[in-house]
Structures are given as C-alpha cells and as structure tokens.
Design a protein around this ligand. Structure first.
Ligand SMILES: [Zn+2]
Length: 136
C-alpha cells in the first residue's frame, strides 16, 4: 500500500497517563501495581481499582499476553479507520494481570482462538506509539 494512512485520533494526555505513552514511545508497555494488595491494572488511574489504595508503582510488562475476546470491525466509526478495514479489536490480558483493549495485527492467515498466546508489538502512529498484539 503506497497511500499514507490517516492518523488515528491522539488520546487525551493527562499527568497520570503521559508516562504510559512516553514509555511506549521508548518501546516499553507499562502498567500500575498496587503496593498494598498487589493488584495490577490498565489504563492509568490514581487509585487501585481493587482496594482503592493510592500507593502504587509503574512496572514494565514482558509483552506476553493471552487473547480474552475479540471482534472484527468492518465498519469505520472514524475516518482514520476507513483505510484499515477490516481490523480486529480485542480484549487482551497481560501475563502480569492487567486487561486492556488493543488490536490484533498480523493474524490475517490464521483464525483467532480464546486464550491464544499473544506477543506485544508496539507500532508508531504519527506522534504516538500504540500497543498492539500479534499471535505467537
Ligand atoms: Zn490495591
């Protein structure tokens, strides 16, 4: 494909989310882990979603994950995605625990399966880098 892709919308950056995006730009997917109960989560928030504790640390993911569920989009709900159809939106669980919404890429030839092993693939999208996953 020689035609340049329309850039996807840039997520709103907050003081809390910016380190996540900065780390991705450097090639690392990070998440937060509660210092009180050990729960790990995404996306960024100031309190632990499990115990509401506010003491946490950022950790780097290994990039290993499993497929929880997915849907294939055949309809563009934003102009930027028109050239990308069809594409896969998936719920992915990192081996460290956090679940996230992402895309599955590089799976065109093989059918997806629940619990399938996935590997992180960070892709540059204009001014941001986004975490996507590919089947192992
Ligand atoms: Zn907690």
């Amino acid at each position: 494909m020689s035609e340049a892709l329309t850039p996807i919308p840039v997520p709103e950056m907050t003081e809390l989310s910016r380190p996540f995006w900065d780390a991705l730009r450097q090639g690392t997917l990070t998440f937060q882990r509660c210092r009180a109960c050990g729960h790990a989560w995404l996306p960024a928030r100031s309190e632990c979603p499990s115990c509401l504790g506010n003491a946490w640390q950022r950790e780097a993911s290994t990039g290993n994950a499993r497929l929880v569920s997915w849907v294939v989009y055949h309809q563009p709900y934003h102009p930027a995605f028109k050239q990308r159809l069809p594409y896969t939106v998936a719920a992915v669980q990192l081996d460290e625990g956090p679940r996230m919404i992402s895309n599955i890429v590089g799976a065109e030839a093989a059918p997806l399966q629940i619990d399938q092993r996935l590997r992180l693939r960070i892709e540059n999208e204009g001014e941001i880098s986004v975490p996507r996953f590919t089947p192992v």
